[in-house]
Design a protein around this ligand. Structure first.
Ligand code: SAM
Length: 274
């Protein structure tokens, strides 16, 4: 008989945040696959669980998932845990889940902490409808096009970000979405847990004194920048979009849309522009 792949949620800071069922499953499985085995060992030692640990992370997911699938096909039960929270959310878990399903292996969730949900429920923003974009791409072009999507978004937006990139991402939010309302859900379930609320411009100036793991939430509604741009002269609109790194074609398309005129009309006006 094939084994089962359990996706076991673990704490995002406070070690008390683990369910009785998660502890039982971790004790019962044959093997625990973990993103950072040294990090997970602290939790397992705390729970007095001694099990073979198997390293499974972003840089070895293809190779290691093959080994794990073979073990599952041989009848071993495997628990997948991540560094923090729910496996397969913004971590390599998604890959092995797909492989397990392809191999008709049973995948069972063992629910618990998920960072984004805890950030959302304390944000004070709309929780009826929200979108999770995970980590924004680092590639300049992909990042810009992601921001184009975010501009049109009408729901609460949730982003993950690494601690050392928070300031850069807040600056990009300001540049692309305007002075939107933000909540930074910081160090959830840990000693320095806090919710920092304000306009993105205010938070940028505060950031020098704020450290730690954070989730960025953006309030729903029409994003300010398009409103602001619609009220500028078309020459100023051109300059602003140029500063944002848009190509001539993209700029013309946007100005035509903002001003409800034909693209060609705008094109003729900026014939001599780069
Ligand atoms: N799989 C996890 C989950 O349950 O959502 C998330 C893993 S993702 C690799 C890590 C990101 O989640 C961090 O960069 C941060 O944005 C967020 N995060 C994780 N733990 C957090 C915490 N205790 N406080 C604030 N943000 C946290």
């Amino acid at each position: 008989m094939k084994g089962v792949l359990y996706l076991v949620a673990t704490p995002i800071g406070n070690l008390e945040d683990i369910t009785l069922r998660a502890i039982r499953i971790l004790k019962e499985v044959d093997l625990i696959a973990a993103e950072d085995t040294r990090h997970s060992l602290k939790l397992l030692n705390h729970l007095e669980i001694s099990k073979p640990l198997f390293s499974y992370h972003r840089h070895n997911e293809e190779l290691k998932s093959r080994v794990l699938i073979d073990k599952l096909l041989d009848g071993e039960n495997v628990a997948l845990i991540t560094d923090a929270g729910t496996p397969a959310i913004s971590d390599p878990g998604e890959f092995i889940v797909k492989k397990a399903i392809e191999n008709n292996i049973n995948v069972i969730p063992i629910p618990g902490c998920c960072a984004l949900i805890n950030a959302l429920i304390c944000s004070g923003f709309d929780t009826k409808e929200f979108v999770f974009y995970g980590f924004l791409p680092l590639n300049k072009k992909l990042r810009l096009s992601k921001f184009e999507e975010l501009k049109r978004e009408q729901k609460t937006i949730i982003l993950y970000e690494a601690p050392h990139k928070i300031v850069a991402t807040l600056n990009d939010i300001y540049k692309n979405l305007g002075d939107v309302n933000i909540v930074l859900a910081r160090e959830l379930t840990k000693i320095h847990e806090s919710f920092i609320r304000g306009k993105v411009s205010e938070l940028i100036t505060m950031m020098e004194n704020i450290k730690g793991e954070m989730i960025i939430l953006i309030e729903s509604g029409k994003k300010e920048t398009e409103d602001i741009k619609e009220n500028l002269s078309i020459e100023d609109q051109y300059e602003l979009y140029q500063k944002e790194g848009l190509s001539k074609n993209e700029i013309i398309k946007k100005i035509a849309k903002n001003n409800n005129v034909k693209k060609n009309e705008i094109y003729m006006k900026f014939l001599d522009k780069e």
